[in-house]
Ligand binder design. Structure first.
Ligand code: GTP
Ligand code: MG
Length: 210
């Protein structure tokens, strides 16, 4: 990209996210999914990695998605509508969560079914904790997405908690780790929902899909 093209790309992201965003519905099981039609971008990752916080940072709306210090906050598929152009989907996390086992099983199965079988799902934003890097259950999710041919983009979260040199090293190592994965988008974005790092780039990445 030339500097002018880059500026236009960033501006397209800014414009999309400056527009309307509304909570559409919370989906507790597959029969309540909204009609397919509008393109969707879903946010997946381990419990507590920062999915709901990232949606709030992207949309500049503090309380749109419910975030919490307690892993297992998001328990339904939460759909947010950006006019006619796009839906953002806040997914329940996987891995450890502070919730009854049966409920965790229910929302994990729901998330898996949604990720595998949604025709309007344009991309999964797969969040990885910038302090810890890829974990075995992240690899399992990537395996499933590769198999289902669902494109995903890795985003490192909580970059404000680690040194810039460390986050750069993690971006490089993670790039190497996904190089041979067929459905992985090659660009990895380091973000912080606290400082706003990387948010403009991620907005642009998402706007390019709308
Ligand atoms: P579940 O819905 O439980 O799967 O979690 P989630 O992935 O939606 O995480 P959530 O956004 O609720 O954030 C979990 C915790 O991490 C909260 O205490 C947030 O304030 C914190 N957090 C999220 N993003 C960041 C970040 O960029 N920097 C810092 N320092 N903390 C963050
Ligand atoms: Mg959440």
């Amino acid at each position: 990209m030339t500097p002018e093209e880059y500026a236009d790309w960033i501006e397209a992201g800014r414009l999309l996210f400056a527009g309307p965003v509304d909570f559409e519905r919370g989906v507790p099981s597959m029969e309540f999914l909204p009609d397919e039609g509008t393109p969707e971008v879903a946010f997946a990752g381990r419990s507590n990695v920062g999915k709901s916080s990232l949606i709030n940072a992207l949309t500049g709306r503090n309380k749109l998605a419910r975030a919490s210090t307690e892993p297992g906050r998001t328990r339904e598929l939460n759909f947010f509508r950006m006019g006619e152009r796009l839906r953002l989907v806040d997914l329940p996390g996987y891995g450890y969560a502070k919730a009854p086992k049966a409920e965790i099983g229910r929302w994990t199965a729901l998330t898996r079914d949604y990720l595998r079988g949604r025709s309007t799902l344009k991309r999964v934003v797969l969040l990885i904790d910038g302090r810890h890097g890829l974990k075995p259950d992240d690899k399992d999710v990537m395996d499933a997405l590769d198999k289902a041919a669902v494109t995903y983009q890795l985003v490192l979260t909580k970059a404000d908690k680690v040194k810039p040199t460390e986050i750069e090293a993690l971006v490089a190592a993670t790039k190497d780790a996904i190089a041979k994965r067929p459905a992985a988008h090659p660009e990895i974005v380091a973000t912080s929902s606290e400082t706003g790092l990387g948010i403009d780039v991620l907005r642009a990445e998402i706007a390019a899909l709308a």
